[in-house]
Design a binder for this molecule. Structure first.
Ligand code: ADP
Ligand code: MG
Ligand code: MG
Length: 209
């Protein structure tokens, strides 16, 4: 179950991963963008962690929505509004539920990611963070239908996210700053796909804990 406590753990884990991988995200974005993705993600998640005590009294749906607002305004760049949309649109599916089971978490992610791609006007193989979320959602649905529990589903999703992230390397970027490079974007891993992989990893870790 994803409860408020698990959601807080998810964000703490994500903040740790973004700080640990700040330099890696910087280098990836320096290669095909403007080099700020590490700073952007670290700033957004650090601010979120800083604000968590204030969210203590909110219900789960409100926590997820607030999270989207904090990420939207503190990550900045192209990726802030996209991560913001994921959480804000996803949160609208939560209602007054105190916990999400595997099926409700799928709905949250599915609707959230639809918000992300609507905002980004992106599709698969554009070499963006969606190249992680699309295979993650497919794997999630498959694993849920196969009768797996949340922990096992998310473990499968981490593998799918890693493959999706690596699959961006040979792609030609068609969205965002990397698209300005045309053919020269080929051969580099997408920074947003990489931070999305860490976000999925952090979610899995919070459920496993
Ligand atoms: P900026 O490019 O404004 O500096 P960031 O460096 O924080 O923003 O984020 C770049 C990442 O955002 C890219 O690696 C890509 O994954 C993602 N991205 C950019 N534009 C789009 C889009 N239209 N749709 C989906 N993802 C996008
Ligand atoms: Mg950038
Ligand atoms: Mg930028």
């Amino acid at each position: 179950m994803l409860t408020k406590a698990t959601a807080f753990a998810w964000f703490n884990n994500a903040a740790t991963l973004m700080t640990e991988h700040k330099h890696e995200l910087h280098l990836l974005d320096a290669a095909i963008g403007d080099g700020d993705h590490g700073i952007n993600m670290d700033r957004g998640f650090s601010k979120l962690i800083h604000n968590l005590p204030e969210m203590e009294h909110l219900c789960l749906g409100e926590v997820l929505k607030q999270t989207g607002m904090v990420l939207l305004s503190n990550i900045g760049g192209a990726s802030g509004p996209l991560y913001g949309a994921l959480f804000i649109k996803g949160a609208a599916t939560v209602g007054d539920a105190e916990a999400l089971d595997a099926s409700a978490l799928l709905t949250f992610l599915d609707v959230g990611v639809t918000g992300l791609i609507t905002r980004g006007r992106t599709e698969e193989e554009d070499k963006t963070m969606y190249d992680v979320w699309a295979p993650v959602l497919r794997k999630y649905k498959q694993s849920l239908e196969a009768g797996m529990g949340m922990e096992q589903i998310l473990e499968e999703c981490v593998h799918a996210a890693e493959l999706g992230m690596k699959a961006t390397i040979p792609m030609l970027a068609r969205k965002g700053r990397a698209s300005y490079l045309g053919e020269r974007s080929i051969g580099h891993q997408d920074p947003g796909a990489t931070s999305s992989y860490y976000l999925v990893t952090a979610l899995y870790e919070s459920i496993r804990e």
